[in-house]
Design a protein around this ligand. Structure first.
Ligand code: C2E
Ligand code: CA
Ligand code: CA
Length: 451
């Protein structure tokens, strides 16, 4: 009796209650001993790429099911060779796998098996107890994507060092796209340093009012007037592109706070323009899909607008397709609230993602914002000579057929502007008219008319 309960205590102490796998602390010391005399082995960290989104949008109950299913799949793969493969739960959504006597490559059959197996749809409906109420739409199944980091023993590095290296390699794997694996290399350490530096800059900026906004004019090309501006965030301390620091902010979980800060800065600026009697243009605010977890965002925005008497016609939101990867009740509620408040929505970076024509017919956006890279490849004089620029014209009429306006960004030449005008394009944003400029410059900005 005593032995049985002792065993239970040990079990609870060493194993993770949810997945039944070894927990991190136990695994780290057990594996360290196990590998003490092994020269050749690989450490694999398996990270669920979209787990935070799943947890935040569907709730922890579904998050737990996902973790159980995924851990079961990894365990099955390990059991095929139980003498050399071992697995543990490493953190919330990360698993640690050890493969003895093997130096894995990113393309190894075993690695591919892990990626493929975990990427199989999880049949939620079958797994849920019948009494449980599924949130929002009935979700039948979910798919998870992995980032897999691998570190291979070199005879010198400690086991713990290799684990850290495998974690570093996950970032490179994730950059390569979802459901990828990557083997650690020395050079990746630089990315870590850069990331840490940006993280520190952001922490400092969030604490010390370290952000400011620039505004890039958007031109109504048919009328030749300013139709609005896009608010683009900058750091006061350092000239570093938001293209670099926004992804870090998303990864580090700062984007919700930054999203609110930029929103407040925009509202305060509109108030200042109004008080100075300057012309007031609608301002587009970028909304990152990583802000979806900030359930209070829309209320925050609406309260700020109300308090400062800002009409909804002066605020637009821009977001990317990734908002719809898990098209669920959270996204739908957010969009509905914004629509109810009469705030226009733009789909940013249109044309480079997975845009299926079908979803364009039901997502409630008012504007499609064609990505610069599309213009770069299809709206040049060479492309015109090959007749390729017709594609742009067709995209514009497609947008119009769907009842949406089209914004083309990244327009750099008079020739491009002229072509777009003749194609019936609605709005243009680009260096040809203006770079992002200060609020003072916006107040005196006029649309160039030469050419
Ligand atoms: P985006 O939303 O696609 O923004 C447009 C970017 O293209 C801006 O760069 C703008 O300066 C740049 N651009 C506009 N016209 C031209 C052109 O003619 N030529 C070239 N080469 N570039 C042009 P920026 O300000 O560096 O922003 C980069 C990205 O950072 C933005 O891409 C956006 O995704 C993100 N970002 C910027 N501000 C915010 C923000 O406040 N919140 C969030 N969540 N993301 C932001
Ligand atoms: Ca944008
Ligand atoms: Ca864009």
């Amino acid at each position: 009796m005593l032995i049985k309960s002792q065993r239970r205590v040990i079990y609870a102490y060493e194993y993770d209650g949810l997945t039944g796998l070894l927990n991190r602390d136990t695994a780290m010391s057990k594996f360290e001993k196990l590998l003490a005399d092994t020269k050749s082995y690989s450490v694999v960290i398996i990270d669920l790429d979209n787990f935070r989104i799943i947890n935040e949008s569907y709730g922890h109950e579904i998050g737990d099911i996902v973790l159980k299913v995924i851990s079961g799949r990894i365990r099955n793969i390990c059991q095929q060779d139980a003498m050399s493969r071992f697995v543990a739960r490493y953190s919330g959504d990360e698993f640690l796998m050890i493969v003895k006597n093997r130096k894995l490559t990113a393309d190894d059959a075993l690695v591919r098996e892990v990626l493929a197996s975990c990427n199989q749809p999880i049949p939620l409906k079958e797994l849920m107890q019948t009494e449980t109420i599924l949130p929002g739409d009935k979700i039948e199944s979910l798919v998870t994507y992995l980032g897999v980091g691998i570190a291979v023993s070199d005879g010198k590095s400690s086991f713990r060092r290799l684990v850290q290296n495998a974690v570093v390699a996950i970032n490179t794997a994730k950059k390569a796209g979802s459901n990828s694996a990557c083997v650690y290399e020395e050079a990746m350490q630089e990315d870590v340093h850069r990331n840490n530096r940006i993280r520190d800059l952001l922490l400092d900026a969030m604490k010390n009012d370290g952000f400011y906004m620039l505004y890039q004019p958007q031109i109504d090309i048919q009328k030749g007037t300013v139709s609005g501006t896009e608010a683009l965030v900058r750091l006061k301390k350092e000239r570093i592109s938001p293209g670099l620091f926004i992804p870090v902010a998303e990864k580090e979980g700062f984007i919700r706070r930054i999203g609110r800060i930029t929103t407040r800065l925009v509202i305060e600026q509109i108030v200042r323009w109004r008080e100075a009697g300057e012309p007031l243009y609608p301002v587009s605010i970028n909304y990152s899909s990583s802000q979806l977890g900030d359930a209070g965002y829309v209320n925050y925005l609406l309260q700020l607008m109300e308090k400062n008497h800002i009409p909804s016609s002066l605020i637009k939101l821009e977001f990317t397709e990734s908002m719809f990867f898990n098209n669920n009740h959270v996204t739908q509620q957010l969009l509905k609230k914004l629509q109810d408040a009469d705030i226009s929505l733009s789909l940013d970076d249109f044309g480079i993602g997975y845009s299926s024509l079908k979803y364009l017919t039901y997502i409630p956006v008012d504007y499609l914002k064609l990505d610069k890279s599309i213009i770069d490849s299809y709206l040049t004089e060479e492309a015109e000579a090959e007749g390729k620029d017709r594609f742009i014209r067709d995209v514009i009429s497609l947008a119009h057929d769907l009842g949406k306006k089209i914004v083309v960004e990244g327009v750099e030449t008079a020739w491009q502007a002229k072509r777009l005008k003749s194609f019936g394009c609605d709005i243009i944003q680009g260096y040809y008219y203006s770079r992002p400029i200060s609020p003072e410059e916006i107040a005196t900005f006029t649309v160039r008319t030469e050419d």
